[in-house]
Write a protein that binds this ligand. Structure first.
Ligand SMILES: [Cu+2]
Length: 657
């Protein structure tokens, strides 16, 4: 039986596109952009989940899908009831609302960018030798003015003609054609500055210099010998999978691949108590700090413009993930309305996370020691040059970690000989990687012991000095502020400000305070682009670290539903301004994980992962450490070996237990 949380099926996707085709009169066929299932209404789902838990008859919830498509240059959004097979709404969007990019269009533009006569004439001027070829990296246009056409900025590069894996990002060219994405019409040729200012020059003959290659066939490195370190689970994994529901070490939740977010996790319970209703990456924007045209428009919205599921990697057993792996697939639509399966975009597995706790009673020399086993839900998206690894990691102490790693290849700009610029790093001969930011918004729809929750923040402050109680001036206390209305909370690293989701209706018997989950996130630099820039207006979410809104169905994406060439943020920029109560109600927390990336030379030609994380940690949710039920770590369980030259027999994990 289909569960209301289940991802879109092949049949549902095809039914959706067929209904739109049937509803389209006139000669032009629909040009599909995105189809996925709509989130079931939360009110109905709460009833459904309650019935499921108590074994009562399950209420009917219709399966709904959304579809974005173009007819000519007109952009439409429709909602379809796929349980009953009819279109509910089908609306042409206002002019200026532009749909996301889709792989088929991008591939066509990529071809066109090297074969169009105007571009070919420009390439001719380079007088290229036969051992190099021209490669195009299509980029979303970004925004610097009002523009109703969906435009693609084609950044052009050279690569080694003899090898398909040659690193073209090492050799950017100084011209950049712009195409109209839907009609594939040539719009104009932009020229890129190569000096330390905005001056551009006409295309000159290419004067040869070496590539910086990453592929093992080309990088010229001698590979150092390495012996296998094999992750095996001889008795199988410790998790169970029932459809899309996972149970592991007291945790229960649903993992659902989606085209836009990569995946979402629903109805998270630990040891029978609810923690989160829905957890997902809601948006990521990557604005660049190079002020010169056309780089000033480099601002990707990786979810809204492309989609983390639609650009998801097919993860490979024994390569991307080790151990016993459960995979889930993502399904997307192509421009003709067919269903395309991207296999294995989400992997689920266990990993060793080092020690979870240890104490040695020095009087008896007896340790208690438990290893942290982690359960990982992972997806890896390739958004052109960059890879993003999104991990949601559960542990046995009730912690949920949102762990993001950026890797892949820096987006690069051309640089003339011996030039340096103050907004970028020279990462190879005549190639510069501009400073940029990665601003991710995670949407946390909490359910801390129920759905009526409150968001608070605690500051740690000095007690009043020279009082009877604090005569030595050493005391400090926490001071709590309750978030009553939607909006944002300012960062305050010097009061050690921490954010918590509490349930005011449930008092912890030990702490005598409301049960809570703490959102662990260090203070970080937020969006640098000025308030008077489109980069800022389009991504209000990225200007603050923590936002709170009141729950409404279908408010899932921090910068709004349509981000491609958007003029303003139609997400938090609107929802966080509503005057309504969020206390002891149904708040949604939006946590911005931001990192300002000043590229290193070592980030090129392929970047070692840069990891950042947010953790949701129980804070007076349990009445003691919930991980005491984890088995002790012993050598008989772990079966480790001594380094060959050692003959000692005693074990570090010796225990009298
Ligand atoms: Cu970066």
């Amino acid at each position: 039986m289909v569960h209301p949380f289940d991802p879109i099926s092949d049949a549902e996707l095809q039914l959706t596109s067929q209904l739109i085709k049937d509803a389209t009169k006139g000669p032009e066929k629909p040009h599909f952009i995105q189809i996925d299932r709509l989130d079931p209404p939360k009110k109905d789902m709460i009833r459904y989940l309650e019935a499921e838990r108590t074994g009562k008859p399950l209420p009917h919830i219709s399966r709904m899908t959304y579809v974005y498509y173009y007819i000519g240059l007109d952009f439409y959004k429709a909602l379809v009831n796929v349980s009953y097979g009819h279109v509910i709404t089908n609306q042409k969007q206002p002019k200026g609302v532009i749909g996301p990019l889709i792989a088929e269009d991008i591939q066509e533009i990529e071809q066109l960018a090297t074969t169009h006569p105007i571009v070919k004439a420009e390439i001719e001027k380079l007088k290229l030798p036969s051992h190099v070829r021209v490669v195009c990296d299509p980029w979303m246009n970004g925004t610097d003015s009002k523009e109703d056409r969906m435009l693609i900025q084609c950044y052009m590069y050279l690569a080694n003609a003899a090898h398909p894996e040659s690193n073209h990002y090492s050799l950017p060219l100084k011209f950049s054609p712009v195409f109209e994405c839907l009609t594939k019409k040539f719009v104009r040729m932009d020229y890129l500055p190569g000096g330390a200012d905005e001056t551009v020059t006409e295309t000159q003959a290419w004067d040869e210099f070496p590539f910086v290659e990453y592929h093992p066939d080309l990088n010229g490195e001698t590979i150092l010998p390495l012996k296998p370190l094999i992750v095996q689970q001889p008795e199988g994994p410790s998790f169970n999978v029932d459809g899309h529901k996972i149970s592991w070490q007291g945790w229960e939740f649903f993992v659902i691949p989606t085209a836009r977010e990569g995946f979402a996790i629903y109805d998270i319970h630990f040891k029978g108590r609810s923690v989160v209703y829905r957890l997902s990456l809601s948006e990521m924007t990557v604005p660049y700090g190079d002020p010169r045209a056309p780089f000033h428009r480099k601002q990707a919205f990786d979810l809204g413009d492309c989609g983390f599921g639609a650009t998801g990697n097919s993860l490979a057993l024994g390569c991307d993930c080790l151990g016993v792996i459960k995979y889930m697939d993502c399904r997307r639509v192509n421009t003709s309305g067919d269903s395309v399966l991207i296999p294995n975009t989400v992997c689920l597995h266990e990993q060793d996370g080092g020690l979870l706790y240890k104490h040695t009673n020095y009087r008896t020399n007896v340790p208690v020691i438990a290893r942290r086993r982690e359960f990982v839900v992972q997806t890896i998206a390739t958004v052109a040059n960059y890879e993003y690894m999104l991990n949601i990691i559960f542990d046995q102490a009730g912690e949920i970690r949102i762990h993001v790693r950026a890797t892949g290849i820096l987006s690069t700009m051309p640089l003339d000989k011996d030039v340096t610029v103050p907004w970028g790093t020279n990462v190879g001969p005549r190639v510069m990687a501009a400073y940029h930011q990665h601003m991710l918004s995670f949407r946390i729809d909490p359910a801390v012991d129920g759905y009526e929750n409150t968001v608070v923040f605690d500051d740690v402050i000095r007690m009043e000095k020279n009082t009877k109680l604090n005569p030595y001036n050493v005391g400090f206390v926490t001071e709590r502020t309750v978030v009553e209305k939607p909006g944002y909370v300012e960062q305050s690293p010097f009061t050690n400000r921490s954010y918590k989701i509490i349930n005011e209706n449930k008092i912890n018997p030990i702490s005598k305070k409301p049960v809570a989950y703490k959102i662990m996130m260090p203070a970080r630099q937020m969006l640098l682009a000025d308030e008077d820039s489109y980069n800022n207006k389009r991504a209000q979410f990225a200007t603050q670290q923590v936002w709170v809104t009141k729950y409404r169905d279908n408010e899932l994406y921090a910068a709004g539903e349509f981000t491609n060439q958007s003029q303003t943020d139609t997400g938090l920029g609107v929802w966080a301004r509503r005057d309504e109560n969020v206390r002891n109600d149904d708040p949604v927390v939006w946590a911005t994980l931001g990192f300002t990336h000043i590229p290193r030379v070592e980030d090129f030609p392929v970047m070692p992962v840069e990891a950042h994380e947010i953790a949701l940690v129980p804070f007076g949710f349990f009445d003691k450490n919930p991980a005491l039920s984890v088995p002790q770590s012993t050598q008989s369980f772990n079966k480790s070996q001594y380094f060959p030259e050692s003959g000692a027999e005693s074990s570090c994990c010796k225990s009298n237990l």
